[in-house]
Design a binder for this molecule. Sequence first.
Ligand code: IPD
Ligand code: CA
Length: 314
Amino acid sequence: MASTLTQKDLDEILTFTIALARKAGELILEGSKAILASHDVSEKKNAVDLVTEYDVRVEELVRGEIEKAYPSFAFIGEESYAAGKRPELTDAPTFCVDPIDGTTNFVHGFPHACISLGLLYKREPTIGVVFNPFLNQLYSAMKGHGAYVNELTRLPANPPAPFPSLQTALIGMEWGSDRSASTMGKKTRTFTRIAGDPAHDIPEGKMAHGFRSLGSAALNYCAVAAGQLDMYWEIGCWPWDVAAGIVIAREAGGEVFGDKESSVQGKVFTDDMLWGRKYIVIRGVADSPQEKSSEAQKRIVKEFYSCVEEWEQS
Ligand code: IPD
Ligand code: CA
């Protein structure tokens, strides 16, 4: 296939990617049984950054199938990146893959892990497929063609709600693998401002409805696309955690932003931010006579970032 893709090519690639996600899902389920029996888990950067042989095996399976079907496409995968295969991102069609997103859940038997398959085309997230085989939930999207769950239900399934302020928000956040005092301090102060009660000694507190820490960045994006979470913020994710989710969330009316500085200026995510490791995603908002969805998204992200102390992820 030429490296210039037609719409027909993209349609075929989406079909291929969905089938590949389901095939990978079978291996993830097999791996879950094996790992829960063997407890054979290794550490990467530290004791909370986990990997199993199945992370590697699923990536090998996926990489092999992509090489067979699309030999000219580039491939960036979490496990091969960790092993030193780090191709430079070019305009060529590039699969950006997390074989198991939510490895901590995977090793605990918490049924919230997935494969995340993103296709970057001309550096832009263009196709996204995220499959949780434990719950048989498959999210898919192509740029300009909508986002779906299980290929039938277009997202969001319900009309987007208004978003008056952060106070009404249910927010995805994660613990991450950097547990240093400096990062934990910034994180907990950030969370205190977002969740704290201004009437009870937290003057800057927004008293948001709550946080959810579900353990998979890709599935957090899908939850935002579905309107189950209002937003999700994390520092420290990698392109393979978000490439597919970005397409799914945007196609469901959501918007993605980067770091605090660019977001408070109202700048939405652009392709040069893919490796920025600071991402925030927000659901679509009902248009009102006073404010369009895109304006409401910027307003809420700005409010969110007024609570955030950022750090640099090593
Ligand atoms: C991680 C998960 C986790 C998020 C981390 C990711 P992994 O991916 O998505 O929820 O907090 O930033 O690295 O290690 O399970 O593939
Ligand atoms: Ca992973």
